[in-house]
Design a protein around this ligand. Structure first.
Ligand SMILES: [Zn+2]
Length: 430
C-alpha cells in the first residue's frame, strides 16, 4: 500500500549543507587526529591493485556480516561479487561489489576553509561528483592533490566526510534512471520521486528508526532507510586499509562513514514529520485519499520549507563566521565542546541508530517549532537569499541556541567515532 508516501519531499537533500566545516572544527580538538603525522596520498586504483586478492575476501565478509547485523538488509546478488582475478576495470568492480554509484569520481583532492587559496588546481562539481552540474559544489574551495604528496589525516577525514553527497548513493534503485540500479537489487526507491536524482540518495542519508509503530505498519517502506549499510561497509574497509598500511584510504573511508553518522544528527533526517503528530499526519493522508488534497500539500510544504531553511541558514551563518575569522563565536565553539563527549557510550554498530538518531529524533519537534517562529530563518528556504534585505528577529536567537546544542552533539559523535577507530588502529599495530 502506498499510503503516506507522498509526505516525503523531492527536494535537494544535503542534510547539513556542508560536512567538511563541521568535521574539521570538531576533530581539530581531538588530540588523536590533530597530532597525527602527515600521510602519503594514494589513488584508489593503486590501493585496489595492491590489495586485490585480500579485498576480494574482505568484501565477501562485509556482505556476510551485513546480512547478520543490518536490519531489513537486501542481500547483494552474487553477480556483483568482486573477483580479483578478473583484470577488467577493478575499481568499478569494487564499487559495484559495494553497490555504490560506479561513476563516483574518487578524485584525489582536499577541501579547505572558506577563502583559502592554494596553488593547485581548484576543482568544480564535475570533477569530484557524478553531477553534470552543481552550482553549490562549484563554490567550495576544493583543490586537486597529487599521488605521493603528503596530507594530514585531519584534512583527509574532513574532506571525505563531505564526499558521500557527491553521488555515492545516487540512482542505485530499480526504478532509477541507470542500468546499475536495476542490477543492485535494493528494490524501488522507498519514498520520494525517482526522477529527481537527489531524492534517490535520501534513504541512505536518513534513518527513520524511531517512528510510531503504526507508521511502519501502514507504510513498511519507511523501514528501508540504510545509513547503517554504508557505516558498516566503510568502517570495515577503513580497518582493512589501516591494517595493510594504506593510511590514506583508512582515513578516507572513515570520513565517508562519518558522513552518515553526521546526517543522523539532523532532526529532519531522523524524523519523518517533526511538529506533526502521527495521528495528525495520518489524518492528512486520509483526507487526501478522500480527495481533499490541500492539507497534504500544506503539510508537505511546511516540512520541506523548514528542512531546507535550517540547513541553508546554518551553513551561511557558519561560513560567514569562518570567513571573518570569528573563531570564538558560540556557533564555532559548539562543535568543540570536548567535555560533552563522555556523556555518550563508546562507539559500536548500534550507536548511529540507538544514540545519534534517537537523540536527534527527540529534538525534532522543538527545532521545528523554533524555526517556524523566525521569519529571518524561514527566509533561507529560498536559495541564495540576500541577507542584507532581512529583518533581524528574536526567533533567530532561539534557533541559534538550539543549533548550538545540535552542533555539540555533531562534534561529540564525530570525535567519539574517530577516537574509537584511531585508537584501534594504533593498538592493532603494536
Ligand atoms: Zn548526506
Amino acid at each position: 500500500m502506498k499510503f503516506y508516501l507522498l509526505l516525503v519531499f523531492a527536494l535537494p537533500l544535503y542534510s547539513w549543507t556542508n560536512h567538511f566545516l563541521g568535521t574539521y572544527l570538531a576533530l581539530k580538538e581531538s588530540p588523536e587526529l590533530a597530532n597525527a603525522k602527515p600521510i602519503k596520498v594514494e589513488s584508489f586504483q593503486s590501493f585496489v591493485n595492491k590489495q586485490a586478492s585480500e579485498l576480494e575476501k574482505v568484501l565477501d565478509s562485509i556482505e556476510e556480516e551485513a546480512k547478520q547485523i543490518v536490519p531489513n538488509y537486501p542481500p547483494r546478488p552474487d553477480s556483483l561479487r568482486f573477483h580479483s582475478t578478473k583484470k577488467e576495470n577493478q575499481v568499478v568492480g569494487v564499487l559495484r561489489a559495494l553497490r555504490l554509484n560506479p561513476e563516483s569520481k574518487l578524485k584525489l583532492f582536499v577541501q579547505e576553509m572558506p577563502g583559502t587559496k592554494r596553488k593547485e588546481k581548484k576543482l568544480g562539481a564535475t570533477e569530484v561528483s557524478v553531477y553534470k552540474e552543481d552550482k553549490f559544489l562549484d563554490t567550495l574551495p576544493m583543490f586537486e592533490i597529487k599521488e605521493g604528496s603528503t596530507v594530514t589525516p585531519l584534512q583527509v577525514i574532513a574532506t571525505a566526510s563531505d564526499e558521500p553527497d557527491y553521488g555515492h548513493d545516487i540512482n542505485i534503485w530499480e526504478d532509477s534512471d541507470s542500468e546499475f540500479g536495476k542490477e543492485y537489487k535494493f528494490g524501488i526507491l522507498p519514498f520520494g520521486n525517482p526522477k529527481y536524482h537527489y531524492a534517490t540518495q535520501a534513504p541512505f542519508h536518513m534513518g527513520f528508526y524511531h517512528e510510531a509503530g503504526i507508521i511502519y505498519t501502514l507504510a513498511p517502506d519507511f523501514k528501508r532507510t540504510y545509513p547503517e549499510i554504508r557505516i558498516h561497509q566503510f568502517t570495515r574497509l577503513a580497518e582493512f586499509a589501516f591494517s595493510k598500511g594504506h593510511d590514506y584510504w583508512g582515513y578516507r573511508f572513515l570520513g565517508w562513514a562519518m558522513h552518515y553518522l553526521e546526517d543522523l544528527t539532523q532532526p529532519y533526517h531522523s524524523t519523518l514529520t517533526p511538529g506533526i503528530s502521527t495521528s495528525g499526519a495520518l489524518w492528512i493522508e486520509f483526507k487526501s485519499i478522500l480527495g481533499f488534497k490541500s492539507g497534504k500539500k500544506e503539510a508537505l510544504e511546511r516540512l520541506s520549507d523548514r528542512h531546507t531553511a535550517i540547513e541553508h541558514y546554518q551553513y551561511e551563518f557558519l561560513k560567514e563566521l569562518l570567513e571573518k575569522g570569528n573563531l570564538s563565536h558560540p556557533m564555532v565553539k559548539s562543535y568543540q565542546e570536548v567535555s560533552l563527549d563522555t556523556k555518550y557510550p563508546s562507539f559500536d554498530f548500534g550507536y548511529p541508530r540507538n544514540v545519534i538518531a534517537f537523540e536527534s529524533n527527540q529534538k525534532a519537534e522543538e527545532l521545528d517549532e523554533r524555526i517556524g517562529k523566525s521569519n529571518y530563518v524561514m527566509a533561507f528556504k529560498e536559495p541564495l537569499v540576500d541577507k542584507t534585505t532581512l529583518q533581524e528577529d528574536e526567533g533567530k536567537e532561539k534557533v541559534n541556541e538550539f543549533l548550538n546544542q545540535l552542533m555539540n552533539s555533531f562534534g561529540s559523535h564525530a570525535r567519539n567515532f574517530a577516537r574509537y577507530f584511531i585508537n584501534k588502529k594504533f593498538t592493532q599495530k603494536t
